[in-house]
Write a protein that binds this ligand. Structure first.
Ligand code: ADP
Length: 475
């Protein structure tokens, strides 16, 4: 069984968020469990590797031109997983107004690579594992290619490789104008367009739901929410026509990459037994680094994308105002929407106990996971969420809203704090509870810390589930 894992980001090479963590950890865990897996992503200018070899090229017809895409090969650090990086001017940067079109082009290149890959490119592949909207056109393309080549076949699915589409976030759908069908050179009839004020458009993610052999998502609760229509009715309609349903497999953590006893970003290393004094030292250094007063009040942390629609930042902003009389500190690290950057810059200037760092900084993130006492994850929705799991591994209690993967990973009063309604009063009440526990019941607080650190978030269990799915697909 040969698997090609297709993604827009991979931790250690190029990271924007949780998808990168998973796109590194899952293939490595699968490979360690004996699966022959390769990964492929665009070779952005910002990709952090020099150790690459050019192993081939693809000729892709796009926008009435023949484009040459160069295939580079490297190994994912600390693993035997081959990574293919596709170089083309359209794939130089992640950020651009035409991002959906550029990932459609990337998908065409990957479909071609996987259909015609010789063993020098790790193929031929049996399974193409696509992730999120960026790669969601691949199932259509694989099927369409085989339909074009084998007109007598009834099914649209490829006979060469089966496809899985994993949804990491249903919020982003990869919307683009209908002219993309012309640029790609695929028949219009295979797409599922919809009307916008500017004319017909397609959503790449929707096409993935239509054509992938199996659709999965990253936690059982998020899978249930999607099938109940909590995150939109369109998916529910599609699944009414399909024979199957969305499978939810909880993400894991790469426990080697996220390990407080061995993390090069930390000035002091620790195990559950030595966490309290070590974390106290790191907290002091963190306070100094982000210019918070040195103090033993509970320190809350937040690390994440500043995304209004998802991450609960409006609740945090209002809770800060509500908790003005409480003795606590909060450090936020994030990049994203400008209005939120302005809001938190203002709040940190007004409140001496709030620090806001507006950058993407892996090292500081790790110090926040280790040096904070409580990690805030008050998301409106959260497909899985990694920050709460990383926090637990680093002995920091997560304070989360009961949704998606947060509901599947944190137990209120045992490994963290969980609140229900999406309101700033529910959040501030939970924060007050956490502050009181830290101040008045330190023994209970530290026993919860130990319990959180001992939760097993390794990929071992989930890898078995993915292997079983792959096998089912090939039956
Ligand atoms: P999402 O995938 O929605 O962004 P997750 O919780 O699944 O959220 O994963 C976020 C990942 O990105 C974590 O590894 C987190 O540490 C990292 N991250 C997010 N923002 C930053 C930042 N500003 N600096 C460093 N790491 C960040």
């Amino acid at each position: 069984m040969k698997v090609l894992f297709v993604t827009s980001e991979i931790a250690t090479l190029y990271k924007r968020g949780g998808l990168a963590d998973v796109s590194y950890a899952l293939p490595v865990a699968l490979s360690n469990a004996g699966v022959n897996v390769s990964v492929v992503m665009p070779f952005y200018e910002g990709v952090g590797t020099r150790d690459v070899t050019c192993v081939g090229q693809l000729a892709i017809d796009y926008d009435r031109r023949r484009e040459l895409v160069f295939i580079f090969r490297t190994l994912l650090p600390h693993s035997h997983v081959r990574a293919y990086l596709l170089r083309h001017p359209l794939l130089n940067n992640y950020d651009d107004a035409h991002i959906a079109e550029r990932f459609a082009f990337f998908s065409k290149a990957v479909a071609q690579l996987s259909l015609y890959s010789a063993s020098t490119l790790g193929g031929p592949y049996d399974i193409i594992h696509c992730n999120d909207w960026h790669t969601a056109l691949i199932p259509l393309m694989m099927g369409e290619s085989s339909k074009v080549a084998y007109r007598e076949r009834e099914t649209i699915q490829s006979q060469y490789a089966k496809t899985i589409l994993t949804i990491h976030n249903l919020l982003y759908k990869g919307e683009t104008g209908f002219s993309i069908t012309l640029k790609l050179g695929f028949p219009k009839s295979v797409f599922h367009p919809f009307m916008t004020p500017l004319g017909r458009a397609v959503r790449l993610l929707t096409e993935g739901f239509e054509y992938a052999d199996i659709v999965t998502t990253v936690s059982p609760t998020y899978a249930k929410e999607i099938t109940r229509g909590v995150h939109g009715k369109r998916v529910v309609e599609i699944f009414k026509r399909r024979k199957d349903t969305i499978v939810g497999i909880l993400n894991g953590l790469d426990t080697n990459l996220w390990n407080p006893s061995d993390d090069p970003a930390l000035p002091v290393h620790y195990y559950p037994s030595s966490a309290i004094p070590a974390k106290a030292k790191i907290k002091e250094m963190l306070q100094q680094a982000v210019r918070l007063p040195k103090s033993d009040v509970p320190l809350f942390g937040f690390v994440g994308r500043l995304e209004k629609r998802q991450k609960g930042l409006d609740l945090i902003a209002n809770a800060i105002k509500k908790l003005a009389a409480e003795d606590y500190q909060l450090v936020l690290l994030g990049t994203g929407q400008k209005s939120l950057v302005t809001l938190f810059e203002k709040l940190s200037a007004q409140h001496h106990n709030i620090a806001f760092v507006h950058t993407f900084d892996e090292r500081l993130a790790r110090r926040i996971y280790a040096g904070s006492d409580i990690m805030l994850v008050p998301s409106k929705f959260e497909p899985c969420g990694l920050t709460q799991m990383i926090a637990m591994r680093y002995g920091t209690l997560p304070l989360v809203r009961k949704t998606g993967g947060l509901a599947d990973t944190v137990t209120d009063g045992k490994t963290g704090f969980v609140f229900g309604p999406y309101t700033s009063s529910a959040l501030s009440a939970k924060m007050t509870e956490a502050i009181s526990l830290y101040r008045d019941a330190p023994k209970k607080f530290s026993s919860m810390m130990t319990a959180a650190m001992k939760v097993d978030f390794s990929w071992a269990h989930q890898v078995k589930e993915y292997k079983a799915l792959y096998k089912k697909l090939l039956q």
